[in-house]
Design a protein around this ligand. Structure first.
Ligand SMILES: [Zn+2]
Length: 311
């Protein structure tokens, strides 16, 4: 079975203005690298459909979905930029991008559960892990991974899924949505203190939060993962693993000060794949979060996908 790859063109039209690090070029850089390295032809490419808002409401409140929907559709009609928070804004294409980003994550989940792909990677934006039940923030509108995980549980009937978040920023939105939902184990690591300045005290017993001081390097991160994440995942025996795959903990990324390199992302992906193979029939859906140095981002996604696709 192939590795499924989603790279929706709609996601490249969302643009938060010149000089914003969460820019359309991120997806172009990833796609270029996959083509240049030959990896692209080993993946099975899928077109994303817009998400069903019923799926979005498995993770977000009805009030939030209707409010953000009205705002972003307005923005699309007027063709004007609207500000959401000091770091986050929308243009005429943001609504469509958000629908297709979450749609890709849900579709990838269905493909993997149906056995039509071993695993999947969604190269999408806007990212999702800062979006809480009822608030968009930190470049995020819909929490793509939380929506997909709830779809796997509530629509597809899985009993236990894990969410792994290795973005340099704490996935406060995902934690807000799934804290206390014992069908989900969330393991994460993040630089602390750093935006959004949360996570040091987990909000639920189904969270394994690992705050890391600035300048922590890959070797130490691996030791911590072996001590904290892997035993928890082994005990939990997830039937599927979702990855909030942010690559801004890379040494060359300017939004954080952690010291991961490509070999660390390769190691982490290998460990997660082994757990998925032992407990989850290999089922992994990985969804892009952060990663702002275009060179480091595209190379890191490359090694991540090479492991997922067994190449
Ligand atoms: Zn991040």
């Amino acid at each position: 079975m192939p590795t499924a790859y989603f790279n929706p063109p709609e996601c490249r039209r969302h643009d938060m203005g010149e000089g914003h690090p969460e820019c359309p070029e991120r997806l172009a850089a990833i796609d270029d690298w996959l083509i240049a390295s030959g990896l692209s032809q080993a993946l099975e490419h899928f077109d994303a459909r817009p998400v069903d808002l019923k799926d979005v409401e498995l993770a977000h409140t009805h009030g939030y979905v209707s409010e953000i929907g009205t705002m972003l559709r307005d923005c699309a009609e007027k063709g004007e930029r609207c500000a959401v928070d000091p770091d986050t804004s929308a243009n005429a294409h943001t609504w469509s991008a958000a629908l297709h980003a979450a749609g890709a994550a849900v579709q990838a989940t269905d493909l993997v559960i149906d056995g039509r792909a071993d695993n999947a990677f969604c190269s999408v934006r806007p990212p999702g892990h800062h979006a809480t039940r009822d608030q968009s923030m930190g470049f995020c509108f819909f929490n793509n991974v939380a929506i997909a995980a709830r779809h796997a549980l509530d629509v597809r009937g899985l009993k236990r899924v894990a969410i792994v978040d290795f973005d340099v920023h704490h996935g406060n939105g995902t934690e807000d949505i799934i804290a206390g939902d014992d069908r989900v184990l969330m393991v994460s690591m993040f630089q602390h203190p750093l935006y959004p300045y949360s996570g040091a005290v987990p909000k639920g017993t189904n969270m394994v939060n690992v705050p890391l001081p600035a300048y922590t390097r890959g070797g130490e991160v691996r030791e911590i993962i072996e001590a904290m994440w892997l035993p928890a995942l082994e005990r939990f025996k997830p039937q599927m693993i979702f990855i909030s795959a942010g690559f801004d903990a890379h040494r060359d990324d300017e939004l954080g000060q952690l010291g991961l390199v490509e070999a660390d992302y390769e190691w982490i992906t290998l460990k997660l794949k082994a757990i998925a193979e032992r407990h989850a029939q290999g089922r992994i859906v990985s969804v892009l979060e952060g990663g702002y140095n275009l060179h480091a981002l595209s190379r890191s996604v490359g090694v991540h996908l090479r492991v997922l696709a067994d190449l």
